[in-house]
Design a protein around this ligand. Structure first.
Ligand code: ATP
Ligand code: MG
Length: 595
């Protein structure tokens, strides 16, 4: 069937939508692929739906190829299974919860581990039934705090999620490896430039986990790479702690006056002014900065936390979030400070001086009782310039392990370009990416919580071990648009384009439209998906729309027709060339099929 622009349900827009920041978001709306309904919620128009279907098909083929079987669960789910695993609460405000007319609790599925686990428990009972991999391509719901960039971070979005079921760890490793290979093929076919990085497992639980990130300056994720091939999401980077330091010649802590030194810069300035050191000036990395947060767990329990780290580094809030999930951290309010007079804003430190004695001030051992975790760089023997818990006063020579002991380590400082790589191969380099897929070895967490056991070959009941694997299907539409678009519009790779060829008929002459119709019919008969611009619009408007819509190949039927010539335009390279009418059909088919 030939699709004609004169009747296709689409309106291209000249103006960018007011709420859009990213090029892909602006262009998908302007080109008539999607329409916004509410924040993070979009409708798909015919053009967009065709692209979405192509992504789904690629994902489906590759999942089928590893022997995974397609199923589909409802999006509307009962509370009980999610209560059993703790996720009804742990998922926090991101979960859409609702009630039916009988006041029964329901949710809109954000991910389906519970449902798949229960389904397999219902139907299978023997090791002979395993290994098993099931998947679905389905709409998911998450009440994201910051729905962003159109389809990239929706509150309703399409995900492919699959789950593997094995009797033992070796089986899980094999299922994981198969999925990893399938993901490589999927993202290769989508034509994305991507990296596979070590990841944290977030609210999902479990151990081994990797993400597939599309490399993009507009991505929300930051990842690192080392010269030796280490690659990780910054959230998953664990820095290598330096060796302990000999502090035997470091004097006992002493106080220095630092009036109004509430920032690291003024602190360093004042320390150099009032307590200069003979060997070298004070600098930010000599200071121990103590940042106070309130941690709140889903369900409402909350606790104060103080994080100590070298003053020349900031806390990376995404690393912090990942490290403390499912709790959330918020900065201390004025009321929190008022309720905790021991925490002197701007002057918080691990110890205080009481006369000549050094007294623990932070940590479970101290009078404040406030939990105190430090950066891994704060190793035993390191000496710090830090707050004295008295206004306008700091202490020098406060030695870790001698003067204070933290409750533990929290590795959440920002990672910088050039920081030493954990694999020891040199400096890390940072870049940004869009998370396209995520694979996890879940292990037995869900099977344990929901009682999924099978009989093993010795007739013994064993708990099944699981993997969970996601692909952002609707996100992929936006990520590919983002990677390929230019200032004129979208520019789809052949594998995803809603049509193979756009035929643009220009000029008022009837013969032009007749020739264009005929070429369209012949291509259509040959199985080429054709979009025919048969509108009564100026050539300028038609060319601009062709560039905006981003079909890979445009064939122009117009002025040259009298001389037996068409024009061919490649959307991606911008190349234009004459196409003799004679043999045009074969040439276009060759272009489209690549053979
Ligand atoms: P993110 O870190 O981006 O919030 P996530 O780690 O919460 O994602 P997973 O639970 O791993 O996401 O979901 C699997 C895949 O689903 C992700 O890799 C991503 O491609 C996609 N995805 C997740 N959240 C969204 C969303 N809000 N909108 C569109 N796609 C999403
Ligand atoms: Mg993820």
């Amino acid at each position: 069937m030939i699709t004609r622009l004169s009747s296709l349900f689409v309106r291209t827009l000249r103006e960018d939508p007011a709420d859009a920041e990213l090029p892909s978001h602006k262009l998908l709306v302007r080109a008539g692929y999607i329409r916004r309904v509410a924040p993070g919620i979009y409708s798909w128009l015919p053009l967009g739906l065709r692209v979405l279907a192509k992504v789904e098909q690629i994902v489906r083929e590759e999942m089928d190829a590893i022997g995974a079987q397609e199923v589909r669960f409802p999006a509307l789910l009962p509370r009980e299974p999610y209560e059993a695993t703790g996720r009804w609460t742990e998922y926090g405000p991101n979960l859409f919860r609702l009630q039916d007319r009988k006041a029964g609790d329901y949710l809109l599925g954000p991910t389906h581990e519970e449902m798949f686990t229960l389904m397999v428990k219902d139907l299978y009972s023997s090791y002979k039934d395993l290994p098993l991999s099931l998947y679905q391509i389905q709409t998911k719901y998450r009440d994201e705090a910051r729905p962003r960039a159109g389809l990239l971070r929706g509150r309703e979005f399409v995900m492919k999620d699959s789950y593997s079921f094995d009797v033992d760890d070796a089986g899980l490793a094999a299922s994981y490896a198969k999925h990893r290979e399938a993901y490589i093929r999927i993202f290769d076919r989508l034509g994305l430039e991507y990296v596979i990085v070590q990841a944290t497992s977030g609210a999902m639980g479990g151990s081994a986990s990797e993400e597939f990130l599309a490399v993009s300056p507009n991505g929300e994720d930051t990842f690192v790479r080392s010269p030796g091939g280490y690659a990780a999401n910054v959230e998953a980077v664990s820095i290598t702690p330096p060796a302990p330091v000999d502090a035997s010649s470091t004097p006992a802590p002493s106080a220095i006056l630092t009036p109004g030194a509430a920032t690291i810069d003024t602190l360093v300035e004042q320390a150099n002014q009032f307590a200069p050191r003979a060997d070298r000036p004070w600098q930010g990395s000599d200071t121990l900065k103590n940042v106070a947060f309130r941690l709140t767990w889903p369900g409402g329990r909350s606790e104060l936390l103080i994080v100590g780290l070298p003053g020349d580094r900031d806390i990376d809030l995404k690393r912090l979030d990942a490290a403390i999930a499912p709790a959330e951290a918020t900065p201390l309010t004025e009321e929190d400070f008022a309720a905790n007079p021991g925490l002197v804003k701007g002057y918080i430190g691990p110890v205080s001086l009481a006369g000549d004695a050094v007294v623990a001030h932070l940590g479970s051992e101290a009078a404040t009782g406030v939990r105190y975790l430090v950066d891994p760089r704060v190793v035993a023997g390191t000496a710090w310039l830090t707050g004295a818990n008295v206004a306008d006063t700091h202490l020098i020579d406060v030695v870790a392990g001698r003067d204070f002991t933290a409750d533990g380590v929290l590795d959440v400082a920002e990672i910088r370009d050039g920081d030493p790589a954990p694999d020891g191969s040199g400096g890390l380099s940072l870049a940004r990416g869009i998370e396209m897929g995520h694979i996890f070895q879940l292990g037995r967490k869900y099977a344990d919580a929901l009682g999924l056991k099978v009989l093993d070959s010795n007739g013994k009941l064993v708990t099944v071990t699981m993997g969970s694997y996601g692909v952002g299907v609707s996100r992929a539409v936006a990520a590919v648009a983002e990677a390929t678009c230019d200032d004129k519009g979208l520019a789809w790779p052949r594998a995803l384009a809603p049509f193979d060829v756009q035929i643009v008929a220009t000029g008022k002459d009837d013969s032009v439209l007749i020739a264009a119709e005929q070429l369209a019919a012949e291509l259509d008969a040959a199985g080429v998906a054709v979009l025919l611009d048969d509108r009564k619009a100026s050539p300028g408007v038609k060319f601009a729309d062709a560039e905006l819509l981003g079909i890979p190949t445009t064939v122009i039927v117009g002025r040259g027709l009298a001389d037996g010539l068409l024009e061919l335009r490649d959307r991606t390279t911008g190349e234009r060339s004459d196409l003799p009418l004679e043999g045009a059909l074969a040439r276009i088919i060759e272009l489209v099929t690549g053979s």
